[in-house]
Design a protein around this ligand. Structure first.
Ligand code: NDP
Length: 306
């Protein structure tokens, strides 16, 4: 429900941002549904781009009029928000507000997965679930740019065409036996990494798709949270590795955030990454946007416009 509220002046160390574009993320549905507990009542949303309108005491690096984006601060489904100044990323000219709202959280997630966790390198064969989605639109081209061979998984022929457009070398439909198809496509080897944001319905197929000593990165729950996995299952699958990361831990310090943002904005400036905005919704239609995301009717990134 859209409500009018009075926003306080930014406190010490904060800036007030007038949003021009707001990012829609699957995590917003977890918070709304209670899978990720949060204090209620709450203003949803964790990503936006806009213009600095006012700065609190002690803020010197940001001035009114600057274009910024942020992720990981709750309350972005709004026309304005006060955020910690250290979380605001100053946008280079090459990064438009809409691109920033589409790619700050999702692009940093791709950075975390590829550079901080998997260390994807030329020749790696990798599996990307939901390859036509918001994170997929960043993860697939970036993995390709690093020299990986990318196999995508999607739910429909239309999404397969989109995933190919992002750079997938091959695409599997989730209705197929994904692990068997991965073995065929890799001459029996299996992939080095499975980037899996689907969760409950994909975890077992991810494990079965890995090469010996492969890495299962479970980073989301689009189909529900993953059931417990016994350590012996990893041993029997080929001395596998598993991690369950959250971007907020990889961007917790301002220095880590700045490192990720430099990589992300560099990738956008060099055209390695382009925002693919599949849907735009008015902010007042946020509920409709959630329904579309949860019903798998979106492709690429979705924006809410205040
Ligand atoms: P997407 O745009 O990728 O949308 C989710 C996609 O998941 C759907 O389009 C659908 O693609 C697929 N999917 C598979 N099964 C289901 C199901 N039962 N219900 C709904 N969707 C399903 O979302 P985002 O890009 O926002 O996020 C992708 C994933 O990455 C999410 O799990 C999200 O939580 C996670 N994430 C994790 C972060 C972290 O820090 N750990 C940070 C950012 C995102 P298809 O129809 O092709 O199957």
């Amino acid at each position: 429900v859209l409500e009018r509220v009075v926003l306080a002046e930014p406190a010490a160390g904060q800036v007030r941002v007038r949003h021009t574009a707001i990012g829609l993320n699957y995590i917003d549905t977890y918070v709304r549904a209670g899978l990720y507990p949060a204090p209620m009542p709450i203003t949803l949303g964790m990503e936006a781009a806009g213009i600095v309108e006012a700065v609190g005491e002690g803020v010197s690096a940001l001035k009114p009029g600057m274009r910024v984006a942020y992720q990981g601060v709750m309350g972005s489904y709004a026309s304005h928000a006060n955020i910690p100044a250290g979380r605001a990323l100053i946008l280079p000219d090459e990064v438009s507000d809409e691109t920033a709202a589409a790619l700050t959280l999702k692009g940093l997630t791709a950075w975390m997965l590829l550079f901080e966790i998997a260390r994807t390198a030329p020749g790696d064969e990798v599996l990307v679930w939901a390859a036509a989605g918001g994170v997929g639109a960043a993860l697939v081209p970036w993995a390709r740019a690093l020299g990986a061979r990318v196999i995508g998984v999607v739910s429909s022929a239309e999404k397969a065409a989109i995933a190919k457009g992002y750079g997938c070398n091959a695409v599997i439909l989730s209705s197929e036996d994904v692990a068997a198809r991965v073995r065929e496509l890799t001459e029996g080897r299996g992939v080095k990494t499975s980037f899996d944001g689907v969760g409950k319905t994909s975890a077992e197929a991810s494990l079965k798709s890995l090469m010996t000593r492969g890495l299962f990165i479970s980073f989301g729950n689009a189909s529900g949270p993953v059931d417990p996995i016994a350590p012996l299952r990893l041993s029997q699958g080929g001395s596998l590795f598993m991690t369950r990361p959250t971007l907020f831990h990889y961007t917790a310090t301002d220095a880590d955030l700045a490192r990720g943002a430099a990589a992300l904005f560099g990738a956008i400036a060099s055209d390695t990454l382009k925002a693919d905005i599949g849907q735009r919704f008015a902010l007042k239609d946020a509920a409709m946007a959630h329904s579309a995301l949860e019903a798998r009717r979106t492709v690429g990134a979705s924006l809410l416009l205040p």
